[in-house]
Design a protein around this ligand. Structure first.
Ligand code: 13P
Length: 339
C-alpha cells in the first residue's frame, strides 16, 4: 500500500479554496433529474451533460476533482478525448463512484444497506488503470423520531463502508467514506445530531477494525440539519455549530479532510452553512464540499438539453463553484447571488 501517494491525493482533494464536483449520479438518478428538467433520458444526453460540466472554463480554480460514474468514466468528449483524460488535462483529479446502490435491508422495513463489495477488488484495479485516484461509496441512513436508524442498519452500512475503504487503499485509491443521514422527514436538528453522531461512531469503529489508514481517506458526512418537513428550520450559524460539535466529538484528527454532501439543500443554504463553519475555532481537519445538486443546479435547468445554452449553463456552474470556494474562507454572503 502506497500511503504517501494516498495521503498526497487526499490533501490535494481538500486543497485550499477547492472542493469536489459530484457528477456521479447513477443512470436512474440522472434520468430522474433530466425528467424533471424536461431533458430526454438517453445515453447521448447524459454524455453531453457530463461533457458540458467537464469542459467548464476555469473549473479547476474552485474544484479539485470530479466524481464520475461507471458509464461516464468510459465515455469521451465529442472530439474523442476520454473523459478521465479531459478531466486530468483540465487540472482535475478523477474519482469514481463504486457502490452499486442502496438496497432494501432484509427484516428492516424502510432501511437500506449499500451493496457493491462483490468483485470490488477487480473493479478498483480497472478504475485505477483508467486514471481514477479516489473513489466514493455512499451508505444511506433513513431517520425518524422513533425507531430508525436501527443498529442493524447503522452497523451493516458502517461495515460495508469500512471494507470498501480498505479495498480502495489496497488498490491505490483514496476512499471517500460517505455515511449520509437523510434530510427527508419531520425530525428535529437535535435528532439528526444524535443519529449522525451514532452513525459516525460506528463508521470509525469499523474503519479501525478493518485496518483502514485514517490519514489516507476523506469523510463525506451530512450537515446536522432539521428534516425538510420539520416546522423549525435552523439558521446557518446553528447548523454550523451543531455540525462542528458533532464532528469534533467523533472524527479523529488523523483524517485529512471532511467534504460535505449537499443532500437536497438549496445551493444558497449549502454555501451559507459551509461559510458559517469557518472561523469557529481551530479545527483538526480542513472542511470542504463535495456537492452534487448544490453545484449542478440551476446549471442543469438552464442547459435544458440545448447546445445553445451551453455557455450560460457553464457560467451558472462556475457561479456556484465560486460561492462555495468563497465559503471555504468564510467569505460567502447572499450578496454574491445578486452579483
Ligand atoms: P448531493 O450533494 O446532491 O447530495 O450529492 C453528493 C453526493 O455525491 C451524494 O452521494
Amino acid at each position: 500500500m502506497n500511503i504517501p501517494a494516498l495521503t498526497e491525493t487526499a490533501h490535494a482533494m481538500v486543497a485550499e479554496g477547492k472542493g469536489l464536483l459530484a457528477m456521479d449520479e447513477s443512470n436512474g438518478t440522472c434520468n430522474k433529474r433530466f425528467a424533471s428538467a424536461g431533458i430526454p433520458q438517453t445515453l447521448a444526453m447524459r454524455r453531453a451533460w457530463r461533457e458540458l460540466l467537464l469542459t467548464t472554463p476555469g473549473l479547476s480554480t474552485c474544484i479539485s476533482g470530479v466524481i464520475l460514474y461507471d458509464e461516464t468514466i468510459r465515455q469521451a468528449a465529442a472530439g474523442g478525448t476520454p473523459f478521465p483524460r479531459l478531466a486530468q488535462d483540465a487540472g482535475l483529479l478523477v474519482g469514481i463512484k463504486v457502490d452499486t446502490g442502496a438496497k432494501a435491508l432484509a427484516a428492516h422495513p424502510g432501511e437500506t444497506v449499500t451493496e457493491g463489495l462483490d468483485g470490488l477488488r477487480e473493479r478498483l484495479l480497472s478504475y485505477f488503470g483508467m486514471g481514477a485516484r479516489f473513489a466514493k461509496w455512499r451508505g444511506v441512513i433513513a431517520l425518524d423520531d422513533l425507531r430508525r436508524p436501527t443498529s442493524a442498519c447503522t452497523s451493516a452500512n458502517a461495515h460495508a463502508l469500512a471494507r470498501y475503504a480498505a479495498l480502495c487503499q489496497e488498490a491505490g485509491l483514496v476512499p471517500i467514506v460517505e455515511p449520509e443521514v437523510l434530510m427527508d422527514g419531520p425530525h428535529t436538528q437535535a435528532r439528526c445530531q444524535e443519529a449522525t453522531e451514532a452513525v459516525l461512531h460506528s463508521v470509525f469503529e469499523q474503519l479501525v477494525l478493518q485496518g483502514v489508514v485514517l490519514e489516507a481517506m476523506i469523510l463525506k458526512p451530512n450537515m446536522v440539519v432539521a428534516g425538510l418537513a420539520c416546522s423549525v428550520q435552523n439558521t446557518a450559524a446553528e447548523v454550523a455549530g451543531a455540525t462542528l460539535q458533532c464532528l469534533r466529538r467523533v472524527v479523529p484528527a488523523a483524517v485529512p479532510g471532511i467534504m460535505f454532501l449537499s443532500g437536497g439543500q438549496s445551493g444558497e443554504d449549502a454555501s451559507s452553512r459551509l461559510s458559517a463553519m469557518q472561523g469557529q475555532g481551530d479545527l483538526p481537519w480542513p472542511l470542504s464540499f463535495s456537492y452534487g445538486r448544490a453545484l449542478q443546479h440551476p446549471a442543469l435547468d438552464i442547459w435544458a438539453g440545448q447546445e445553445a445554452n451551453r455557455l450560460p449553463a457553464q457560467q451558472a456552474l462556475m457561479h456556484r463553484a465560486r460561492c462555495n470556494s468563497a465559503a471555504l474562507k468564510g467569505g460567502y454572503s447572499t450578496a454574491m447571488e445578486a452579483a
